[in-house]
Write a protein that binds this ligand. Sequence first.
Ligand SMILES: [Zn+2]
Length: 319
Amino acid sequence: MHFGKVVTRLPRLFNKPIWVGSILCLLATGPSPAFAAAIQIITTTSDLKSLTEAVGGTHVAVTSLATPGTNAETFQPHPQDLQKLQAAAMVVRVGLDYDLWLDGLLKRTGRTELMRRGKAHVDASYGIALLEIRSASLDANSGHGHGGGNPHYWLDPGNAEIISANILDGLRRIDPDNAPTYAANRERFVGLLRAQQQVWKTRLAAFAGKPVLAYHDSWAYFARSFRLHIVDLIEPKPGIPPSPARLAGLIKKMQDERVLAIIKQPFDPDAMPGLLAQKTGAKIVVLASSVGSLPQAGDYFSMMDFNVATLAAAYAPGP
Ligand SMILES: [Zn+2]
């Protein structure tokens, strides 16, 4: 019951300063030049959009190239994405091997400030302690997007502090006049995040070490943060579906280790988790691996709230 209140309250709390700021601005002077000319920022994912809005507040208008609810790891750019980048003042990317498709688009803009090492380029992974770094480069059999370390680092709420610091550095470079506002926005965000992390950790503390299975290797950082035990993955490699022999092995492993939950992203296939659930009695738990991938995950806070509450409900003893 207490948790339900937190779920509904936090996003409102979080948005309030933006609304209040906008209304006061309009009442005082009409649409101010600063408000009318919000800085156009492009992110590769909806998670980075939410975090950039948290730091940029009313000064920024943020667009994610990957549509919420789709798999950003298999994203195919459209011609209009190039137009969006032509008009952008800054780009924010996941980095590693996750959104390599961005580099080709940036090259076509001809705008060096947006490209790697440019002042308007933010690689959000800078300073993140990466998990699962592999020395081998990607090849045809290694799956997609995980060659340079597991790229799903935003699912550890502690890492959102680092991501938002990287975004703040970028905004300071391109808009130094508003740097104090951006710093204050981030400080407020981090304060809320730290408080909420305690709530989330308390909520899942009783389930520490519980064995779970996951479809895609999206949850390594989430699991470390909340002390979940991911015993195995359905995909043998990122983006590669399992063979019948692998599924048979997973059924045995799930029975041996008493796995009661299978975590999947909304866009992961249903058939193989469904088969494993049917054979073992485990529950399928659909969690939001990115902002907007489920209706309940409207921003960064509500995504984490939803995932924690959903997992806790799945592990709770049934009626
Ligand atoms: Zn992945």
